[in-house]
Design a protein around this ligand. Sequence first.
Ligand SMILES: Cc1ncc(COP(=O)(O)O)c(C=O)c1O
Length: 365
Amino acid sequence: MSRPTKVIVNRQAIKNNLALANSLAPTSKFVSVIKANAYGHGLIEIAKTLSDSTEAFGVACIEEAISIRNAGIENPILLMEGLFTEDELQVASEKNFWLMVENKFHVDALLSAKISTPIKIWFGIDTGMHRLGFQQNSIYENIKILESSTNVKKPIVIASHFANADDLSSNFTQIQIDRFDKHISNIKSDTSIYEESLSNSAGLLGWVDSHRDWERPGYLLFGNSPFMHSHETEKLLEPAMDFKSKIISIRTISAGESVGYGQNWTAKRKTKIATVTVGYADGYPRNAKNGTPTLVNNKTCPLVGKVSMDMITIDVTDVCEVSIGDDVVLWGHDLPVNKIAKYCDSIGWELLSRITSRVPRFYIN
Ligand SMILES: Cc1ncc(COP(=O)(O)O)c(C=O)c1O
């Protein structure tokens, strides 16, 4: 026997979600973003799942890229924050890692590197996110220097990142697209050996104008809507993860009795409490509020009391038949992670990527 807390990942769902993205941007190539352990789904398994259907992968750092390569996966891998130290260039050149070039340090390192194979670069420009990327007055000069370097493989991809594409009512995404297009026309005035990339999941699904040579979806691959509000594509996406555990104890308490650390929930009626073996050390968020839904035998059961390190307590009074050993769905196909995130003042991206290594992942399909 072993602890029943687990993540079940449906590989076919992830393939289907990428196929859906492909069908919406049929002339684009895809960098499938699988950083942060593929948003909690398991880096290597997901890289293997998608390697035949994506051109490239996107990760946050060279360590993630090396793990993918060491698993025998040959797709190019984009280091989405560029390099952190100059010695990464040698490895990038040898292993066909692509680099986001975001600042002068990246440019200088690339120009002076002694590498035998040129590196494909993605030149990041800042259109309003104000996090990474070249600002307006330094774009032209730096990209032209890179264009003439033999260390740089052509075509260069010019890329930017959206700050607010998940909010379809905001005009800021269009402002970013317009700024991007203005920079592109300047850069391309004397040559056109460039490719372009703008979209994350929300851009791809919600902003057709942002479709370019390359799309960079992450969150949608795992079947969750990237939008703040309900959107038509929601029903087309297939959630790929079920986060589940089991009931390990059941008790009935009287009205007026409280549950858990800090006594932050008190029963208003005679209440049947089930204890479930999952906690914040597994990635179930500690700030989940009282009332956060779970599913027991297809019935919604609210979280009551604070989340402990290894356990939570839920109110199962309204479930007719409930026993120790019953399954509890924490989020998944029938309980969107986006819904749970709202009860935690968080976002689904955070909840998925914070499931810890203690939780075993099982793969189906
Ligand atoms: C530069 C960049 N592109 C694409 C993505 C993928 O975003 P999403 O998971 O919202 O699709 C990210 C994610 O953080 C990113 O930083």
